[in-house]
Write a protein that binds this ligand. Structure first.
Ligand code: HEC
Length: 205
C-alpha cells in the first residue's frame, strides 16, 4: 500500500514532466524520434523524484512497538531515515520546531504521524496520518492519508492537529491549541503499557 501510493505520486509527477517535455520537443524539433524522447525522460523522472523528497517507504513494518521507540516525556518518536537525533532534539524542545523527514511520532499504539520530505504535502506540512491495527503479530495499516484520516472517535486527525500553533509543527500536546481528546494522560499511560506488540516498562512519564 505504502509503496503503491508513493510510487503513484512519483509516477504521476514524472508523467506530467514527460508530457511537458514531449510538448517542448514536439515544438522544437520536427522530427524528434521516440528514442530521443525516451532518453530525455529519464532525467525528468530523476528530478521529480528528488522533489518528492528522500526515499521514504512507509509500510506496516515501519511501525514498532512503542517500547522499541524513543520515549520523550509522554510520547514516542522514531526516524525512518536514520535521523533520530534530530527528531529527538525537536521532540524534546518545549518551544516547538520543525521535525525532520522520516520522523515518526506516536502517543498510542494505534495512531501515528510520519513526516515526509519538504514540499510533499503543503497542507499538512508534510505529515501523513496513520491509523494502525496492532496485535502480538505486529502492526497493519488500517487507514492512512493527509487531510482525510478519521480516528475511532470519529475525529479527523488533520482537523485537530492543524490547530496547533504553527511553531509546534502540528504537534498538539495539551496546550498547543488543538481540540482536546477524551483520554487523560493517565489513561494514555495505561494504553501505552498495554501495547500488544511487546511488553514495555511502565512508568513512562
Ligand atoms: C479531537 C482532536 C484530535 C483528533 C481527532 C486526533 N488527535 Fe492526535 N492528539 C490530539 C491531542 C489534544 C493530543 C495531545 C494529547 C496529550 O498530549 O495528552 C494528540 C496527540 C497525538 C500524537 C502525539 C503528538 C502530539 O501531537 O501531541 C499523535 C502522534 C497523534 N495525536 C496522532 C493522531 C492521529 C494519527 C489521529 C487520527 C487517526 C489523531 N491524532 C486524531 C488531538 C486529536
Amino acid at each position: 500500500m505504502a509503496k503503491i501510493q508513493i510510487g503513484t505520486v512519483v509516477t504521476w509527477q514524472a508523467a506530467v514532466g514527460a508530457m511537458a517535455l514531449f510538448v517542448l520537443q514536439a515544438c522544437g524539433t520536427e522530427d524528434a524520434g521516440t528514442d530521443s524522447v525516451a532518453e530525455d525522460v529519464q532525467p525528468v523522472a530523476a528530478v521529480q523524484a528528488a522533489v518528492a523528497g528522500p526515499g521514504l517507504t512507509i509500510d506496516a513494518d515501519s511501525f514498532l512497538c512503542l517500547g522499541d521507540m524513543t520515549a520523550v516525556r509522554h510520547f514516542f518518536v522514531d526516524n525512518l531515515l536514520g535521523n533520530l537525533d534530530e527528531t529527538v532534539v525537536v521532540a524534546e524542545s518545549t518551544d516547538g520546531g520543525v521535525y525532520p523527514p522520516g520522523s515518526v511520532v506516536q502517543l498510542v499504539p494505534t495512531e501515528a504521524m510520519v513526516k515526509h520530505g519538504p514540499g510533499y504535502n503543503a497542507a499538512t506540512r508534510d505529515w501523513e496520518f496513520f491509523e494502525l491495527d496492532v496485535s502480538a503479530e505486529g502492526s497493519s495499516i488500517r487507514n492512512r492519508g493527509f487531510v482525510d484520516v478519521i480516528n475511532k472517535f470519529g475525529g479527523n486527525c488533520f482537523g485537530c492537529h492543524i490547530k496547533a500553533e504553527p511553531k509546534y509543527d502540528l504537534i498538539c500536546e495539551l496546550e498547543h491549541g488543538c481540540d482536546p481528546i477524551p483520554v487523560t494522560r493517565e489513561m494514555i499511560a495505561g494504553i501505552q503499557v498495554a501495547d500488544p506488540r511487546c511488553s514495555i516498562e511502565s512508568g513512562v512519564e
